[in-house]
Write a protein of this length. Sequence first.
Length: 118
Amino acid sequence: MATWVASQTPVSGLILISTYTAIVDVARHHYPWLPVQYLLRHRFEASVWASETTTPAILFHGIEDDIIPIKFARKQVKNFRSDAELFEIEQCGHNDIINTEKMLIKKEINHFVSAARG
């Protein structure tokens, strides 16, 4: 949803953790035998929103994330029209990324915010 907000409203920067291209893509990954495109009411197409924003973005994603696999973040970072950087966090899944690499994430966010302020 943060990517959608950035596509609709001018913001200085976008910070994303465990991002995806679209919820329908994640659902297809987990349930390849189901016609998920017909079952989901909202697709949350973050790839489209990313292509509509000029907001700089920083993305953090755990390499071992089995809920939203890293392949979605790798694809999503390429969808931004603006500068976007992906930090792939080793030995992290979906829910432990902030606690495991708190110092790295804090350092990169501080750098990102400072750059966004100009």
